[in-house]
Design a protein around this ligand. Sequence first.
Ligand SMILES: CC(C)(COP(=O)(O)OP(=O)(O)OC[C@H]1O[C@@H](n2cnc3c(N)ncnc32)[C@H](O)[C@@H]1OP(=O)(O)O)[C@@H](O)C(=O)NCCC(=O)NCCS
Length: 175
Amino acid sequence: MTIRTHQLSELIKEMNKKELSSFLSRFKCSRSTDSERFLREVSVMHDKKDISRTHLIVDSEEDKILGYFTLALKCLSLNECDLSKSTVELMNLNEGVAQAYLIGQLAKADDAASGLGKRMLDEALKAFIDGKRKFGCRMVRLDCKDELIDYYVSYGFQHIRRNHEKDLNQMAIFI
Ligand SMILES: CC(C)(COP(=O)(O)OP(=O)(O)OC[C@H]1O[C@@H](n2cnc3c(N)ncnc32)[C@H](O)[C@@H]1OP(=O)(O)O)[C@@H](O)C(=O)NCCC(=O)NCCS
């Protein structure tokens, strides 16, 4: 199996609209149909508007998407929380707002091997570390459901707080 990472922005240039749409629509992630929908219906528009960048892990022999992750920027405002003094210091708060990189999406295909998520997180952090070297910012954030808190904690993220709607958890890691 030959696995390569492609930026969606490259595929937008290389493929026609119909080909790209059919390629993205073949991605199946039954654990999270929202992830399927984002890739199929939102990712291209967000890439064209420079809102986010989607990266695809592709099995080039099978011409199949094994997983994808989407990177962007999203600040975090913190008023009250139970974080340690050292974590708050790491955030470089300015009037209660911390600048952060965002992992907006992370999903693998139903039949992709376990462990692909870690590979995608490694690639995402590598891209952000490059950004940090060029223009700063050390916090990476993501939002996840309760069932995935332990998964991200075992990778090194820490729980910041629940979101306003109380349905997701805001997690962060410092690079
Ligand atoms: C998140 C993800 C990429 C991690 O991939 P991975 O590193 O290969 O790890 P695994 O798929 O083995 O998942 C790790 C654990 O999280 C659990 N998990 C993953 N996604 C889950 C979900 N949506 N709901 C509930 N549990 C989930 C798995 O059951 C597994 O638990 P276990 O270790 O007790 O078996 C992959 O599980 C996935 O695509 N999940 C669906 C999409 C999703 O929910 N993304 C979350 C965005 S925040």
